[in-house]
Design a protein around this ligand. Structure first.
Ligand code: DAR
Length: 394
C-alpha cells in the first residue's frame, strides 16, 4: 500500500511550539515509536547528548536541525533519514552528523576525501569478464551542489528558478552540443508531461518527485516542478539533471564495454561545467557536499545494467542478488535505479557501495573487480542448474 505523502511545511508544525521552539520531547517520542519498526541512522544517533548540545543553539539553528532530520521523522522505513539544508550543516551539526557519516561510510580513524580521475581506458573492459558483455548500458554520475544557494531541501521557488536560469546560461556557453528541457511552466525550454514521460521511458529524466515520500517530506520536492529539468547532449551520452535531490546530477551513459570510457565522458562534462566558473560545495574532510550524507565524498556513482537470471531466479529473487552484491561491496538496484524493480531476465543496476573514502578511480576499479566475481557466481549458478537438469533427466 502506498504511504500517505506529507509536505515538509506540515510536518515541521508537529515539532514546533507556538513560539517556534523545537519540541524535543515530541521528537524523541517519535524516534522511540519508529524504533519498533526500523532504526534509521538519524534515529540511532539522535542521543540525549545531541539534544543537550542542540539546546545551546539559536532557535533558527535548532529549527534547521529539525529540518535535516524531518524525513527520518516522517517515514519509518528510512535507512538514513537525513537531508542537509545547506553546506554549513555539515559543520554546525557535526556533533550529530559525524558519527552518522562515519557509520554509514564505515570510516575508522582519521580520514580526508581525496580525488583521482586518472582512470585508464582499455583496462576495465567488460568483455574480459564475459565475451557476451559487448554492448552494456554503462552509467556514471557525480552529484554537485553550487556554492551560494541553499541545498534543494530548503530552496524556495524563486531560488529554484534563479538556479535553473543560471544553469541554462552555462549550457548555452559550455561548448557541448545538446538541448535543455525544462519542467518549469512558462520556461522557454518547457516540455509537456508527455514529452517528459518519453525521456523517463528512456531512463534519462528523473521521476515526478511529488510521488516520493522522502523527497516531499524533506522539502527536496517542494515547489515541483519549478526549477527542474534536464540537459541532454546531441548524442545522448551526456546529461545533467537540474534540481533533483542535489542541484546537479552530472551523468554519462555509454553503450559499450569499457568502463574507462564512461569516466572519460563524465569527466569531460564535469570539467566543461566547472570551466563556466561555478563553484561546487566541498567539505575539507568529507569531500563533495550532497543533500544526503550517503552521497558525500566523491558524489560519484558508477553502474552497469547487467543480467543475472540465475542468481535472481528469473527476476523472482531480487534479494538473492542484493545480498550477493552486498557481500562483494556492490549494490544491486532495479533497472530504473533506486526504489525500482529488476525485470524477468534479472536485469539490475549494479554499482559499488562506497562513494566516500575512495577516489573516483577506485570506484571504477571496485565496480570492475566486483563484476568479475558477480558474473562468476552467475556462471556457477548456470552450471549448477545445468547439472541438476542433467541429473534430473536420468
Ligand atoms: N530515503 C532515504 C534514501 C537514502 C539514500 N538514497 C538517496 N539519498 N537518494 C533513506 O534514508 O532511506
Amino acid at each position: 500500500m502506498s504511504q500517505k505523502i506529507f509536505e515538509k511545511k506540515d510536518v515541521r508544525k508537529l515539532y514546533l511550539d507556538d513560539q517556534g521552539n523545537v519540541d524535543y520531547t515530541k521528537i524523541q517520542a517519535r524516534w522511540e515509536e519508529f524504533k519498533k519498526n526500523k532504526v534509521s541512522l538519524a534515529n540511532k544517533h539522535f542521543t540525549q547528548q545531541v539534544v543537550e548540545k542542540a539546546k545551546t543553539l539559536s532557535q533558527e539553528d535548532q529549527q534547521r536541525l529539525l529540518d535535516i532530520m524531518i524525513e527520518g521523522l516522517t517515514y519509518n522505513d528510512s535507512s538514513v533519514g537525513i537531508a542537509a539544508t545547506r553546506p554549513e550543516d555539515y559543520d554546525l551539526f557535526l556533533f550529530y552528523l559525524e558519527p552518522l557519516i562515519r557509520e554509514y561510510h564505515k570510516i575508522e580513524g582519521q580520514t580526508k576525501q581525496e580525488h583521482d580521475w586518472n582512470i585508464p581506458v582499455g583496462e576495465y573492459v567488460l568483455t574480459n569478464i564475459d565475451p557476451k558483455l559487448e554492448k552494456v548500458s554503462m552509467r556514471a554520475r557525480v552529484a554537485r551542489n553550487v556554492v551560494g544557494y541553499s541545498l534543494p531541501s530548503s530552496m524556495d521557488k524563486d531560488e529554484r528558478i534563479k538556479f535553473e536560469n543560471q544553469m541554462v546560461e552555462v549550457f548555452e556557453k559550455f561548448g557541448f552540443p545538446g538541448k535543455y528541457h525544462s519542467l518549469t511552466p512558462g520556461h522557454k525550454n518547457f516540455i509537456s508531461d508527455q514529452e517528459a514521460d518519453v525521456l523517463r521511458n528512456k531512463h534519462f529524466l528523473f521521476i515526478n518527485m511529488t510521488h516520493d515520500n522522502c523527497l516531499m517530506s524533506n522539502g527536496v520536492a517542494s515547489d515541483w516542478p519549478y526549477g527542474r529539468g534536464i540537459w541532454i547532449s546531441e548524442d545522448e551520452t551526456k546529461m545533467v539533471w537540474v534540481g533533483e535531490e542535489d542541484h546537479l546530477r552530472i551523468i554519462s551513459i555509454v553503450q559499450g564495454n569499457d568502463l574507462g570510457k564512461v569516466d572519460q565522458s563524465l569527466n569531460e562534462l564535469l570539467t566543461g561545467i566547472e570551466k563556466s566558473g561555478l563553484k561546487f560545495a566541498e567539505h575539507p574532510t568529507y569531500g563533495i557536499i550532497t543533500t544526503c550524507p550517503t552521497n558525500m565524498g566523491t558524489g560519484k556513482r558508477q553502474s552497469i545494467l547487467g543480467k543475472f537470471p540465475n542468481i535472481t531466479k528469473g527476476g523472482k529473487d531480487e534479494a538473492n542478488l542484493k545480498d550477493i552484491a552486498k557481500s562483494l561491496g556492490l549494490q544491486a538496484r532495479g533497472i530504473g535505479g533506486e526504489h525500482s524493480n529488476m525485470d524477468s531476465e534479472g536485469t539490475a543496476d549494479i554499482s559499488p557501495s562506497a562513494r566516500f573514502g575512495v577516489t573516483e578511480a577506485i570506484v571504477t576499479k571496485r565496480l570492475y573487480e566486483g563484476l568479475i566475481k558477480l558474473y562468476e557466481i552467475e556462471r556457477n549458478e548456470t552450471n549448477e542448474k545445468k547439472r541438476q537438469n542433467c541429473c534430473n533427466t536420468f
